[in-house]
Ligand binder design. Structure first.
Ligand code: SF4
Ligand code: SF4
Length: 436
């Protein structure tokens, strides 16, 4: 029986590892569709952000209650993984609670901590489910939160509740079995699961073993299925929020990257630099599709938690414009996935006749942006939707001359009068003149 379980476990682990590996390779190559962008500066500031904002969840705490509950889930996820390690070793070797004899009393303390965390995770998930589905917090029901993003969030919350319940059920049965069967190693009393013991204590030993084994298998298959599922879901942020925070844009908010080609051209017009005509195809101004964005913009799209904090702070969205910075990130990720799936099947990939601009994100959306950076400030994992919006707008303005007519007038004025207004630059101090 143990050998059969070991064989089944090796097969389950092998299938899950294979699926996860394939997805990791796909996600990596999707991110690599973006332009290269070497980020090697300010490594100590980046490390600080990684520790405070990703590990410490600092920006989450701007909204205290959800942050605290999210913190339980986050700590629970990290710490309970130590138990998963024991599950994996037990599954491979056919042992039961292999760490217990080595850790002695510490094992009991560890298991009690896991149980407290399991209960905290369970309660936090119940709270989040109620908040999403009963209280219907508006940011979880806005236009881009169609049925799939809503289902995705609910599925994960329900899965976590069931997985945590399975741990507590398994521990309750295990404690009874420790008094009846030598195979079940003594763990010492486990406080929280002890409350469930009266539910099972009158059952036959064979039935208890079935329940304990079922809970064990349910938990480990659930964890492995969760690990595969996460790679298709917004919950990828549990891994990518860390590199995303590290590689986030550290320039002051409001700084807009120059385009080196344009800078060189302007300097040459002013006689400040001699420009040699570059060989090969001229690059594209701005971004029309995902391959015009940088790899870190694309990684940010995979890191988005779909929390909607950005959209809830966006003045354009709040005043009824069509723009939602969360949708910008979700659309970028969806386009990456579409191109990736096409390439996987040997299809046209980026040449499928679609583009991020127009097929996913409309001009009306990007034109609604005031470049205020409120979305950047609000994001708990340092995503910058504005960078993508600005690149798309650059493309529309410079490659298509497709900006609204009023903007084109402003562009002309800046070009000729060095100011947005239609006055000669020589008249710029007239406002201070006594002869106005
Ligand atoms: S920068 Fe644009 S998208 Fe971001 S909050 Fe401001 S208006 Fe909204
Ligand atoms: S961009 Fe940031 S704030 Fe906006 S939904 Fe994604 S994670 Fe949340």
């Amino acid at each position: 029986m143990h050998y059969l379980q070991q064989i089944l476990f090796v097969i389950t682990l092998g299938v899950a590892s294979y699926l996860i590996r394939n997805r990791v390779v796909r996600i990596k190559s999707n991110i690599n569709l973006g332009k290269s962008n070497e980020i090697k500066d300010r490594s100590s500031d980046r490390l600080k952000n990684l520790l405070l904002i990703a590990f410490g969840q600092k920006k989450m705490f701007k909204r205290f209650i959800p942050a605290l509950l999210h913190f339980f889930i986050y700590v629970g996820f990290i710490v309970i993984n130590i138990e998963v390690l024991e599950f994996v070793i037990d599954g491979l070797l056919g042992t039961h609670r292999i760490f217990a004899p080595f850790l002695g009393g510490f094992y009991n303390a560890l298991m009690n901590i896991f149980e407290v965390l399991a209960l905290a995770v369970l309660l936090a998930c119940v709270f989040f489910l109620i908040r999403r589905n009963v209280l219907k917090l508006p940011r979880f029901w806005s236009a881009e939160m169609t049925s799939w993003p809503r289902l995705d969030a609910n599925l994960i919350l329900i899965t976590e509740i069931v997985l945590m319940a399975a741990i507590l059920t398994m521990n309750a049965n295990d404690q009874i079995l420790q008094t009846r069967d030598d195979h079940y190693v003594a763990t010492g009393s486990l406080f929280l699961s002890s409350f469930l013991i009266p539910l099972f204590t009158n059952l036959d030993t064979s039935l208890l073993i079935v329940i304990e084994r079922f809970a064990w298998w349910f938990h480990i298959i659930g964890i492995l299925a969760f690990a595969v599922y996460v790679t298709y879901s917004k919950h990828l942020h549990i891994f990518l929020a860390f590199p995303n925070t590290y590689f986030a844009n550290l320039k002051p908010k409001g700084h807009i990257n120059n385009m080196p080609v344009v800078t060189r051209e302007v300097k040459s017009m002013l006689g400040l630099e001699t420009v040699e005509t570059p060989s090969g195809e001229p690059g594209r101004f701005g971004a029309k599709d995902i391959n015009d964005l940088s790899w870190n913009n694309l990684m940010a799209a995979y890191s988005c938690t779909e929390c909607g904090r950005c959209t809830s702070e966006c003045p354009a969205n709040l005043t009824g414009k069509k723009l939602s910075p969360r949708k910008i990130m979700m659309d970028t990720r969806d386009r990456m996935e579409e191109v990736g799936r096409s390439l996987e099947k040997g299809g046209p990939g980026l040449n499928d006749g679609k583009t991020l601009l127009n097929d996913y994100i409309t001009k009306e959306e990007i034109n609604g942006c005031t470049s205020c950076n409120a979305c950047v400030e609000a994001c708990p994992v340092m995503i910058n939707p504005l960078e993508i919006i600005l690149e798309l707008r650059r493309f529309v303005a410079m490659e298509e001359s497709g900006s609204p007519a009023q903007w084109n007038l402003m562009f002309q004025n800046i070009e000729t009068s060095f100011a947005p207004w239609k006055f000669s630059s020589a008249d710029r101090f007239n406002w201070a003149s006594d002869n106005k």
